[in-house]
Ligand binder design. Structure first.
Ligand code: GRF
Length: 212
């Protein structure tokens, strides 16, 4: 299964996917790493592994729809079966969602549907929850709102700050995301675009994932 990974930052999840591929536990072929930021450390890592990289920048004042079109065209060049958002900090527009319906997944540092958005760990702390975690979900047009595929729980400790909680959550992300990718590759998880586009609350929308 060919996958394109979208990144904006450090790329620890990208590294985890690559480590799982190397270990033979993730049956994916990373055909490209695409970023909205040319300074993303993940790009350097990808290039070092010989994975093609490209940048589609979005600057203040740029036309968002045009950026979405450019991003979709760039990703489509690599003809991926799956697109993985691994720390990609932009909401995707129709251009990419319509080109790859139900074939885009994201990893989020909270137990969705609680605490979507940019600061999942801090929001969980502010909410006073005792358990947080990470979620891998299918991407739809909302913010972290698509069907949930798999989750892993992480305790919130009394002296946690956002950084320490996020670090503990990332340990689980690095385990969960490569496993979900592998299960999509092997057909153990089926990404059905019809289900993905069903309205929230519709029971046919949920995906049946084996225990990960
Ligand atoms: C992860 O915590 C992920 O959940 C969120 O962004 C972070 C990316 O981390 N969407 P990294 O760049 O993979 O280290």
């Amino acid at each position: 299964m060919d996958a394109v990974v979208l990144v904006s930052g450090r790329g620890s999840n990208l590294r985890a996917i690559c480590a799982a591929i190397d270990a033979g536990t993730c049956d994916a072929n990373l055909v490209a790493v695409v970023s909205d930021r040319k300074s993303a450390a993940a790009l350097e890592f990808a290039a070092g592994r010989g994975i093609p990289t490209c940048v589609v920048s979005l600057r203040k004042g740029d036309d968002r729809a045009l950026w979405n079109e450019a991003l979709a065209a760039e990703v489509a060049r690599f003809e991926p079966d799956l697109i993985v958002l691994a720390g990609f900090m932009r909401v995707l527009g129709a251009a990419l969602l319509e080109r790859f319906p139900g074939r885009i997944i994201n990893v989020h540092p909270a137990l969705l549907p609680s605490f979507p958005g940019h600061s999942g760990a801090q929001d969980a702390l502010n909410g006073g929850v005792r358990i947080s975690g990470c979620t891998v979900h299918v991407v739809d047009s909302g913010v972290d709102s698509g069907p949930i595929i798999a989750q892993a729980a992480v305790p919130v400790l009394p002296d946690d700050d956002a950084e320490s909680l996020h670090a503990r959550i990332q340990v689980q992300e690095h385990r969960l995301l490569p496993r979900v990718i592998h299960q999509i590759a092997t057909g153990a998880i089926a990404l059905d675009p019809l289900r993905v586009n069903a309205p929230s609350g519709d029971p046919t929308r949920s995906l049946t994932a084996p225990d990960v």
